[in-house]
Design a protein around this ligand. Structure first.
Ligand SMILES: [Zn+2]
Length: 290
C-alpha cells in the first residue's frame, strides 16, 4: 500500500529534551523541532528519512519581491516590537519552519505561500507567534491543496547499504528474535544502523529509530550501539519500529495517525516494556549528551 499524501516519509521515534520556558519568554528555537510523528509536524515538516544532498545556496542581496511582500504582510500581524526574517524556499520536505528567537522570528516557508490570501496570512502569523493549533490546521489544509506545486525530483532507486552488525549490538539478531517472538516470523522489513550523526552533542532531540514506509527500512540511531545501552533497550526501539511495519498508518480525516490505540496496546506486550521505559527515563540526559 502506498500512502498518497506524503511519499517517502515514515514515522520516527524521537526522544526530546523537555523545553524549559522561563517566565513569559517566548519559546526558544526548541519549538522548531516538530516531532515528525506529531499530526501537525507531519505535514508542516515533511522530514524525509532519506538523506538528500545539501543544496548550495548562493547568498544574494536581491530578494524576490514576493518574499519581501509576504514578509511585510506578516510583520503587520506580529506583536509590536517583534521582527521577522522570511525566506521562501523550494524545499520538498519542510513546508514551514519557524525559529522563535527573542527579538525576531526566523521563518522559512515553501514558495507556495507566496500566493497566500489575507486569511492564510493571519493563520501563518498565529502559527508563528503562538504555535496555534487551529492555525496549523488551516495551514495544513493549504499545503494539502498545493501538493502539486512541490517540485518533484525523479527518484532514482537508491541502493541501500545495510549495516546490522554494530560494535556492541547486532541488529539482525535482535530483529530476528523479535520477529519470531512477536510476529510469528512474518514481519517483512529491513534493518540497519543509521548514518553517523552530523551534529555534535548536546542535542535537543534524538531520533532513536525510524521506519521508512516506502522501502520498509528500520533505522536505529548509532548512538545506541554502546556498551552502556542494554540490549533490551535496543530491542525496545526496534520493536516500536517493527510495530510501524505491522500497523501502517491510519488516516483520520486529514491527520495521519502513526500510533493508533491498537499500536499502543500492542507496544505494551513487549516483555521488557517497563524496564525499557524506566531506562529511557533515567538515561534521557545521557543520550542527549547533556
Ligand atoms: Zn513511532
Amino acid at each position: 500500500m502506498r500512502f498518497q499524501d506524503i511519499s517517502h516519509e515514515g514515522p520516527a521515534r524521537v526522544l526530546k529534551r523537555p523545553i524549559s520556558m522561563g517566565g513569559r519568554k517566548p519559546l526558544a528555537s526548541g519549538a522548531l523541532v516538530l516531532p515528525s510523528e506529531a499530526p501537525l509536524g507531519s505535514r508542516l515538516r515533511r522530514k524525509s528519512t532519506r538523506t538528500t544532498a545539501p543544496r548550495l545556496t548562493l547568498a544574494s542581496t536581491e530578494r524576490p519581491p514576493e518574499e519581501t511582500a509576504l514578509e511585510r504582510s506578516l510583520v503587520d500581524q506580529l506583536p509590536a516590537g517583534r521582527g521577522i526574517h522570511l525566506r521562501l524556499t523550494d524545499n520538498r520536505y519542510t513546508m514551514v519552519m519557524v525559529r522563535r528567537g527573542v527579538k525576531e522570528y526566523r521563518v522559512r516557508l515553501h514558495r507556495m505561500f507566496a500566493a497566500a490570501e489575507p486569511r492564510l496570512i493571519r493563520s501563518l502569523a498565529r502559527y508563528i507567534v503562538h504555535n496555534d493549533q487551529r492555525a496549523s490546521a488551516v495551514i495544513g489544509a493549504f499545503i494539502d491543496r498545493n501538493q502539486h506545486t512541490i517540485r518533484q525530483q525523479p527518484q532514482r532507486p537508491r541502493k541501500v547499504v545495510l549495516r546490522t552488525a554494530g560494535l556492541v549490538h547486532d541488529l539482525k539478531k535482535v530483529f530476528d528474535r523479535l520477529n519470531q517472538e512477536y510476529f510469528e516470523g512474518s514481519l517483512e522489513a529491513r534493518i540497519t544502523w543509521g548514518p553517523a550523526p552530523r551534529r555534535t552533542r548536546p542535542r535537543r532531540s534524538i531520533k532513536m529509530g525510524s521506519f521508512a514506509v516506502e522501502d520498509r527500512i528500520i533505522r536505529i540511531h548509532p548512538l545506541l550501539d554502546d556498551t552502556k545501552v542494554p540490549e533490551y533497550f535496543v530491542a525496545w526501539v526496534c520493536f516500536h519500529e517493527m510495530l510501524h511495519g505491522k500497523h501502517g498508518v491510519e488516516k483520520r480525516g486529514n491527520r495521519r495517525c502513526f500510533h493508533s490505540k491498537a499500536f499502543i496496546e500492542e507496544e505494551k506486550t513487549f516483555r521488557d516494556y517497563h524496564r525499557a521505559c524506566a531506562w529511557e527515563q533515567e538515561n534521557r540526559n545521557r543520550l542527549l549528551g547533556g
